[in-house]
Design a protein around this ligand. Sequence first.
Ligand code: ATP
Ligand code: MG
Length: 658
Amino acid sequence: VPESADAVLDGLDPEQREVATALSGPVCVLAGAGTGKTRAITHRIAYGVRSGIFQPANVLAVTFTNRAAGEMRGRLRQLGAGGVQARTFHSAALRQLQYFWPRAVGGELPRLLERKAQLVSESAARCGLRLDRTELRDATSEIEWSKVTQTVPEDYAAAAAKAGREAPRDPAELARVYGVYEQLKRERGVIDFEDVLLLTVAVLQDHYDIAETVRSQYQHFVVDEYQDVSPLQQRLLELWLGERDQLCVVGDASQTIYSFTGATPDHLLNFRLRHPGATVVKLVRDYRSTPQVVHLANGVLAQARGRAAEHRLALVSQRGTGPEPEYAEYADEPAEAEGTARRIRSLIAAGVPAHEIAVLYRVNAQSEIYEQALADAGVPYQLRGAERYFERQEVRDAVLLLRGAARAAGGTDPHLAGAEGLPAQVRAVLSSRGWAPEPPAGSGAARDSWESLAALVRLAEDFVRARPAATLADLVAELDERASAQHAPTVEGVTLASLHAAKGLEWDAVFLVGLTDGMLPITYARTEEQIEEERRLLYVGVTRARRRLALSWALSRAPGGRASRRPSPFLDGLRPGTAAARRGAALAGGPGGIERGAERRRRRGTARCRVCGRTLTDAGEIKLMRCEDCPSELDEGLHERLHRWRAERASAVGQPAY
Ligand code: ATP
Ligand code: MG
């Protein structure tokens, strides 16, 4: 834990510091992948807490995935700012809804619907429709879109036409299916993922007292990945904020990849219009990736079109040089999967930890062949996104056993139960079902289920670290909450994930697989906007890699099949050696493009200090765009403000119960 609040600012560059120390008023950070946005806001929270301006319990940080939330909580603890709520919109809403439901509605919150597509299919059947797989997927996503845009079934047809949505069938039919779906949910007493946000919005809108309770609890809001905020999430955020604007958002318009669900970068790009006094900071230094990876990312960006692309920021790598991205063409998909698994095995043999490697693909259905290939190669792996950790049989059994044990133990102090406390209790319960601390030899199903239970043990270990006095019953309550929020613990191994699920994360080595025309862009992306979103997915994928990046595709589906596929057209200008690639590099400025710009300005004597306006000649000053002896704007008045806020600060509020 750093000794002082200021020590929290160590390891941040000047712009990141500006973010971290702008503790009052609206703040917006616009920056490309890997520039340290998430790091800057995490340190901002820690700085606020360590300097006494934020009470941990008054801060709500919203991240895009549960994994990102977990990472942020861990980082905040290391920085001496534990106790801050870092959650996804969904899990924050679910928690509030569970807490306030008895007061707002009465009774217990309905169960969460587990198999949505099945219910959509059933609803269609009730309307006399049989949907094939594609139609079912489209119908499901139309219903989701309707809900996040708060469109009721009666208004669907008109709203969809206005938004240029393509319904899988007649919009009037889809509207009927949507209506029946809602009715079936009510009849069965279940709510779906979108309902969690809709109902939270409704409760906060209709119950002033509840809204006020939540507002008095949370006074500082931080939102990561703001470019993908949906209208419904934005509404929820506004309700949380009320009249206040203690909001810090960060995002990258070039990473907008959820607009198919109704999310839009407009809130990010128009932030200054809505909050005229906002502090706006841009970051361009890429700390994540090598110049080789950044070069490719800039190349992808340079080809982008549309509104998000107007706001692209070329990245400048801060890291040492690394290997060139690898391109691999395979005859068929099994060969691609085997080749990838072989490469991964050799990386692991060369000392790269399995959890530092990811295989990313466009759609979850692509995972199966990689699961098979990795299992055959004896490489442990974990699935993200589609994983349904808590639905695995061995995990369900284990939670059941733990629940029984918790009941038997009552409120027993875990240190009465044995010297090592809670994790030892968990190990004991699991070993009664044959689980051993050492993994079984080989791979396959036995190894998988061992890994998922090992993750439970690690979860217990993390849990007591955060709450040393926790009992088994507390752990079971935590597991229940995680199960309802689908917040799976980390299972060690190579990560298999869709590009969507990989957002915000990073690995040492990334394999982007299945990059064929038809997969990226995916066949059903038709409009220019949809194609651009597919290109942004490639940008997100490329920028997940710290050092090693491999891109591959297969020319046919099955061995001996017709070579009917071609590589993704997004790669056309980027594969080395082609004329288009050289043009792309020139457009993007190549690695260090911005540094070259600074050089040029220096030669021409046009770089000026952004505080006093003096022409700069010193390279260090040019990098800062400020004279060494000019105060940076961010220091001005900060101390005075710190003192004022400390004085005004409301008395300490206890840990929130929701
Ligand atoms: P994304 O857009 O993908 O979410 P991001 O902008 O949020 O990326 P981070 O994940 O915060 O970027 O940072 C990327 C990597 O760079 C992380 O490993 C982070 O620790 C590191 N990093 C960020 N800022 C610095 C810095 N000033 N010095 C050293 N490392 C840094
Ligand atoms: Mg981030």
